[in-house]
Design a protein around this ligand. Sequence first.
Ligand code: UDP
Ligand code: MG
Length: 307
Amino acid sequence: MLSVILPSYNEEQMIAVAARTVTGILDEAGIAHELLFVDDGSRDKTWAEIRKASETNPHVVGVHFSRNFGKEAAMFAGLEQAKGDCCVVIDCDLQHPPEKIVEMYRLWEEGYEVVEGIKEDRGEESGFHKFASLSFYRLISKATGLDMSSSSDFKLLDRKVVDTLNKMPERIVFFRALSFWVGFRRAEVSYRVQERTAGVSKWSTRSLIKYAINNIGSFSSAPLHLITLLGVLMLVTAVVFGVVALVQKITGTALGGFTTVILLLLFASSVIMISLGIIGYYIARIYEELKGRPRYIISELCGRDAE
Ligand code: UDP
Ligand code: MG
């Protein structure tokens, strides 16, 4: 059986359409499946829609979070709830073309354990968004040592991979990179990002920046090394200024050195502040992980228990 995981947050208009479309495609291809809708604490009628879908469509299973925990948590909840021999994660706004699931499934039947959905293009995006996501992918690719520029959350994972991911103890997770990191036999399927037909994108610029920082922090301690680099640069500057100051002192021209002092002071204190900030950020992460809180809280289930 194939488990299709659909994280949904305020997607009331999309649930019924998504359930109908995906079931239609998979039934036609003769693939046994379940549709796992994970309602990420939506504030609209998403959960009611999922319940309704589960009454009419026997494939539908619903998971309801007690509040919004984010897409990463929703995907991991889906992986933990899934009963299938393989799982596909797909956006429930149908921006990932569901026909591709069949293609992925066939590759899985051939023995591939991870089938990545690769974006052919990034769809419609504004200038700033494009620039920001490009820089993010460049950074994260460097941090993970893997080319992540066209990867997405749309992918198929074999049961073995799902079990491996479920066993990972870390709380702050980045699904896309983690599924690269685990390895396994991989294949790729390319797809075109579709236009959103209903509702709006759930990502604000602020949440995207947070997402980027979190994910770089998950895979790299480069920002900490940056501090050392800044320190060395400071030292070099200090030596140069020191020599200059000494020469001026000896030649008797040491006057009005206030500018230098003030500049140095400002420079040094800003470097120290940045460094403290970065260290603080990593300490905060250690604290977060140490608390060991669950990634999400499920308040309600539907579909499976009702059987
Ligand atoms: N999503 C979620 N929790 C969130 C934000 C988004 O489960 O906090 C889901 C959303 O319902 C959708 C998918 O993640 O199925 C992708 O979100 P969206 O379409 O808003 O992102 P975009 O396609 O614009 O990148
Ligand atoms: Mg979308």
